[in-house]
Design a protein around this ligand. Sequence first.
Ligand code: ATP
Ligand code: MN
Length: 280
Amino acid sequence: MKNKIYIDNIAISNPDKILFPKDNITKLDVINYYLNISNLMLPLIDKRLVSVIRCHENINKEKFFKKHPTTEGENVSRFLLNDEYYFYLKNQKELIYQVQMGSIEFHTWGSKVSNIERPNLMVFDLDPDEKMSVNKLREGVSDLKYVLDSLNLKSYLKTSGGKGYHIIVPFSKKMDWEEFGDFSKNIALLLETKWSNLFTTNIRKDERKGKIFVDYLRNKKGATCVAPYSLRARDFAPISFPISWKDLEKVTPNEINISNYENYIKEVSPWNDLLPQKNK
Ligand code: ATP
Ligand code: MN
């Protein structure tokens, strides 16, 4: 008989299942990762609705983007919005339960359930043209930081775990979704106007040649961005990892992964002062 293992009172089925075939990363490895990181991750996604990417077999097979709780039973915090249930993660147990159910990636909203119509975390996803060098991309990230600094807006940086960087801007001003979306669009347009050789706001890939697409469209109600510290369901299990602004020059977008992340954890998290935002 197979031994069942229990973590946080959750029965873990198939802990040895290989979720990342290229590098033999198992479901238990994924669970251990989230157990290790939950104290950093959970405060940052506190009361934000999540969508998850689930793999029932492995990352090379079908992936499911799941927005609504269906099979979770009692191990999930539900939130009713326009007659549909969404969910958020209240504690480590709910996080681990998601992994038990096959979730690998966690994506979160820009508002909290306590004030769902007032977004307070803006995201700019800088997506480089495939052939762009990382140094040119970094130039673009620094330009955006310069614009945000000029507006007196504090910003935070994370790797995407893929090709780009994500720049996060907290707001305590109470904007509605429309105002919030328009604000992010205006910043994207400003970048495109000021540095027209480097940025585009056109989503079409063929318009992106040699440029960075400034994806501001995630600042809409219901849109999500991969959460800080979420694994990505891609080869080598990269992580969307918060880094300090000075590490922009050192860390590439997909360099931090499940095998090396411990080397990148700082005594004081680079996003530490984002936390007092919590109750705003
Ligand atoms: P990269 O650096 O590779 O661009 P990324 O995280 O910026 O990484 P994607 O993973 O392509 O880019 O993110 C796509 C966006 O769409 C994210 O905001 C994510 O929350 C959202 N998303 C992903 N899959 C779906 C889906 N099936 N349906 C709706 N939204 C999705
Ligand atoms: Mn991106």
